[in-house]
Design a protein around this ligand. Structure first.
Ligand SMILES: *Cc1c(COP(=O)(O)O)cnc(C)c1O
Ligand code: SF4
Length: 355
């Protein structure tokens, strides 16, 4: 489906509305009317939103569309598995105060907002995002900033959510300027899906808010090469031209990017758009996400395929966030075992060599 066809059918005013209910998703033609009840049941339990930018990318004729699969609710989300949990990566075990997760000595997470323009159906914070009370109030925010100010070992502040670029530019600007004034904070990193999910938000006011003295990195969440369509490419260009380094975060998802050729196309598209792939996340054990889960062996096979074919710039780390709050670990594959090393073509060599 082309964007042109959609725009010619709908005037801009209606086209730009985010879809937030089963009825709206069906009315937009993204699912057949017989799925309304199924989707309404999921929407009772989890936040639902599909932005026009992403709706435009969905091909409603394709029952396996990888964009629809990520954002259109599915009845299977209500089938939680025994191994799945409400707090899949143990954020609660390292939360000294509201809006802070402090797991590693030198860096912490600041979560000023738990809303997103779009709700990914596999989100690891799905029990938290989109609810009431999802914005950190002034007093809590001041306490969080005080915590960072009082912990001189904090070298990097990772602002995440939710999607922090959803904050009004003035509020984001205030937070960034307060961090800017803390001498021991050398790096601010923002994690966002907005360049993909709602690229029009990357406007002059937001770019001005991001223009701080402290080095600012942006980690962009991107799972399929088709997400990097023209509006996203333009938004990424605006960020990059302002000198903001971009890194990519991808979640390994069955039926979205568990095909090696799709993953290769995604990594190439990211690097071609100035995004350095950083992490390929093994899917966390969030509730109702089993239909997205691959095995770790499948993830390692995809990593091996990439190693054998694409530029080093296109290689992410494949990581698992260990349930219980133990942090992230790279999960291979390994190319050196005992004294044998594997090359990019899969051949094995003794190291040091015998001859
Ligand atoms: C993922 C995460 C970070 C950042 O980890 P990096 O490996 O530096 O990207 C920091 N704190 C918490 C609590 C995290 O979950
Ligand atoms: S954008 Fe991030 S925080 Fe928001 S729903 Fe998607 S994965 Fe979750």
């Amino acid at each position: 489906m082309t964007q042109t066809r959609v725009s010619s059918l709908h005037p801009r005013a209606t086209r730009r509305r985010t879809l937030r209910s089963a009825g709206e998703i069906a009315a937009a033609g993204l699912v057949s009317p017989d799925r309304v009840e199924e989707i309404a049941a999921v929407a009772q339990r989890y936040a639902v939103a599909i932005t026009p930018t992403l709706a435009d990318l969905i091909d409603p004729m394709d029952p396996a569309d990888p964009i629809a699969r990520q954002f259109v609710p599915d009845g299977r989300e209500l089938d939680a598995q025994p191994a799945e949990r409400a707090d899949p990566i143990g954020d609660d075990t390292h939360a000294p105060l509201k809006g802070i997760v402090h797991r590693y000595p030198d860096r912490l997470l600041l979560t000023p907002i738990l809303h997103c323009p779009v709700y990914c159906r596999f989100c690891f914070r799905r029990e938290r995002v989109g609810g009431e009370d999802a914005v950190l109030g002034d007093a809590d925010l001041a306490a969080a900033i005080d915590y960072i100010r009082n912990h001189e070992e904090i070298w990097e502040v990772v602002i995440t959510g939710g999607d922090p670029l959803m904050l009004p530019a003035a509020r984001l600007s205030r937070i960034l300027r307060e961090l800017d004034a803390i001498a021991h904070v050398k790096v601010v990193r923002i994690h966002s899906r907005i360049p993909i999910s709602d690229p029009d938000r990357i406007d002059d006011a937001l770019l001005a808010a991001l223009d701080i003295e402290t080095t600012l990195w942006l980690a962009v969440h991107c799972n399929h090469p088709r997400e990097l369509a023209e509006p996203a490419v333009a938004a990424l260009g605006r960020l990059a031209r302002q000198g903001i380094p971009l890194v990519g975060q991808t979640v390994l998802l069955k039926g979205v990017n568990d095909d090696p050729a799709v993953m290769e196309a995604l990594m190439r598209a990211m690097v071609a758009n100035r995004i350095k792939p950083y992490y390929l996340h093994h899917l966390d054990l969030a509730q109702g996400t089993d239909h997205f889960r691959t095995s770790i062996a499948e993830g390692q096979a995809i990593m091996r395929y990439l190693r054998g074919r694409v530029s080093g710039l296109c290689q992410p780390y494949y990581v698992l966030d260990i349930p219980g709050g133990y942090g992230k670990a790279p999960i291979g594959p390994l190319y050196l075992q005992d004294d044998v090393v594997e090359d990019w073509q899969g051949n094995h060599h003794r190291y040091p060599p015998d001859d």
